[in-house]
Ligand binder design. Structure first.
Ligand SMILES: NC(=O)C1=CN([C@@H]2O[C@H](COP(=O)(O)OP(=O)(O)OC[C@H]3O[C@@H](n4cnc5c(N)ncnc54)[C@H](O)[C@@H]3O)[C@@H](O)[C@H]2O)C=CC1
Ligand SMILES: O=C(O)C1=N[C@H](C(=O)O)C[C@H](O)C1
Length: 255
């Protein structure tokens, strides 16, 4: 047993945080420290050895899309459960993770594009509304230090909405645009237009705008503080050891 493990109060889940000096990682370290049933055994950031997290039962990753796959592979190979908030998970990446987990069926991984409970509900409501409206566009707004656009949340929402539209037999949303300055109509994610705004003062916000004859419906969520993500992160940390395999999104944990 290592020195770190000896310090852990009996029964507490040993948690390691990757990206610990980042905006989210630092908030997660505070949240884990403040929870009686969890013990922070490793706070790892760029330049630190990943082996510092070897004594963790659960690792939480809030790093970068470039770093997260190597981190996840390291965790799965060592039998360490993982809770991942880092963005950049394409279908191909999720398949890769499932492949690694096939060799370690005892390991649980939760990957959630957004740990905010309100954001999860916003995505569910959007998926539910999608089949009733011929038009839909997503507008996400974030702080200007964000590296990726559009956000993981907007990308995930677009995929959910596109799936619901396809299941309802809806075709493309009407749009007569013929001359376009490149980018003016946003990114096309599975046929859904997504617009990304970056401005000082913002944190993480999203609107899903639906339209049909004579009416619109706007579903909006705002995170004003990174504490908004912590109940969801801690929920996943507590649940992941009992959920072998890959769980995408918080929905199954909330139910
Ligand atoms: N799922 C969710 O609810 C949320 C997800 N995010 C996502 O989390 C990620 C991090 O966001 P922020 O904390 O704002 O970014 P940040 O840039 O403040 O933090 C990232 C940290 O990771 C560190 N890092 C980079 N490579 C590393 C490696 N190989 N090993 C360990 N640490 C490494 C960096 O040095 C930095 O300290 C982004 O992808 C962001 O979109 C952010 C907020 C909520
Ligand atoms: O970088 C952020 O800040 C956020 N990233 C996540 C995303 O890309 O969806 C979640 C939230 O929007 C905050």
């Amino acid at each position: 047993m290592t020195d770190e493990q000896e310090k852990v109060p009996g029964g507490a889940v040993r948690v390691g945080v990757l990206g610990a000096r980042g905006r989210m990682g630092a908030e997660v370290c505070r949240a884990v420290d403040g929870a009686d049933d969890l013990a922070l055994v490793a706070a790892v950031d760029q330049g630190d050895e990943l082996s510092a997290a070897a004594s963790a039962e659960v690792v939480v990753d809030f790093t970068t899309p470039d770093a997260v796959m190597d981190n996840l592979r390291w965790c799965i190979e060592r039998g360490v459960h993982a809770v991942v908030g880092t963005t950049g998970f394409t279908g191909q990446r999720l398949e890769q993770v499932r492949g690694w987990l096939a060799d370690r069926p005892d390991v649980g991984v939760v990957i959630a594009p957004n740990f905010g409970i309100g954001a999860v509900l916003m995505m569910q409501f959007a998926a539910r509304a999608a089949r009733h409206f011929e038009s839909v566009e997503i507008i996400e707004q974030h702080h200007p230090r964000k590296l990726d656009a559009p956000s993981g949340t907007a990308t995930h929402t677009a995929r959910l909405v596109a799936q619901a539209r396809a299941e309802a037999g809806l075709g493309p949303a009407p749009d007569a645009t013929r001359d376009e300055v490149s980018g003016a109509r946003g990114a096309d994610i599975d046929g859904v237009r997504v617009h990304a705004v970056r401005a000082t003062g913002l944190l993480a916000h999203q609107e899903v705008l639906f339209g049909t004859l004579g009416e619109t419906l706007t579903i909006r969520h705002d995170s004003y503080d990174r504490v908004s993500f912590m109940p969801g992160v801690l929920l996943a940390v507590r649940a992941v050891r009992q959920r072998p395999g890959l769980t995408v999104g918080l929905d199954a944990l909330l139910d």
